[in-house]
Design a protein around this ligand. Structure first.
Ligand code: SAM
Length: 230
């Protein structure tokens, strides 16, 4: 049985299209997607030997080695050009997801859908999508085991964002902002408290230009969160 988080990621897969799951760990997601009959073939990519071996073991145990290719390598380097039509990258920080996409840009030419699940810093991923002509088509936010996760789904295309709303859109997510569900409220309440704590500490620190800049940044963040939560 898959975690609710990975099930949410899997629910956005395009049926019948080949998948690459980057940072696959045990290859739970590709195995599940294949066994459910959603994808005909998947690559499970791993940069670390430990998880790579766990993935291989599970794929062999399930007798799926004809359909799931477990590969050792960094990010999208394990994918040949045109080999897959959809890519999942889940359970990592937004910064790492962004760098995997950036380094593997040339491998994305044939991709029809990206399903990304950043644990933190989803804004980083949204900004990358926006700057690289990927349109966000759906977002989810969910809580599982006291952690809050975001899932972003993107397809090639121009993503139009109002200039004046760009900060807010990137930070909170356009679809999540419309809904503001319980998980969303909870996440941003926690972020608000964190930012207020940081600001209080900055107020006690020695003065400098750098500090003033940082304070201003945190202050703006707090203002934005309060606006969205109100
Ligand atoms: N995707 C799975 C999930 O969501 O449950 C596993 C998440 S696990 C926390 C992150 C995995 O990404 C680790 O197994 C790690 O080895 C792998 N990883 C980290 N950086 C990577 C990279 N640049 N390329 C491929 N895999 C990477």
């Amino acid at each position: 049985k898959l975690s609710q988080r990975l099930e949410c990621v899997a629910s956005f897969l395009l049926p019948g299209k080949r998948l690459a799951d980057i940072g696959s760990d045990h290859a739970y997601l590709p195995c599940y997607a294949y066994l459910k009959g959603v994808v005909p073939f998947a690559i499970a990519g791993e940069v670390n030997e430990g998880p790579f071996l766990s993935a291989k073991e599970l794929v062999n145990k399930l007798g799926l080695s004809d359909y799931i290719s477990v590969r050792l390598g960094n990010g999208l380097s394990v994918v040949e050009n045109g080999e897959v039509q959809q890519i999942t990258i889940a359970g990592m920080g937004g910064g790492l997801i962004r760098s995997i996409l950036e380094k593997g840009k040339t491998k994305l030419n044939h991709a029809e859908r990206l399903i990304l699940q950043p644990n933190v810093a989803a804004d980083n991923v949204r900004r990358w999508l926006y700057n690289n002509h990927w349109k966000l088509i759906h977002e989810e936010i969910l809580e599982e085991d006291k952690k809050i996760y975001e899932v972003l789904v993107a397809e090639p295309g121009k993503w139009k964002v109002d200039r004046e709303n760009i900060e807010k859109t990137m930070m909170f997510g356009p679809y999540l902002l419309k809904d503001k569900n319980e998980a969303f409220q909870k996440k941003w309440q926690i972020e608000l408290e964190k930012s207020e704590f940081i600001l209080a500490n900055l107020n006690n620190a020695a003065r400098s230009d750098e500090l003033a800049r940082k304070k201003n940044e945190v202050f703006k963040q707090i203002k934005l969160i309060k606006e969205v939560l109100s």
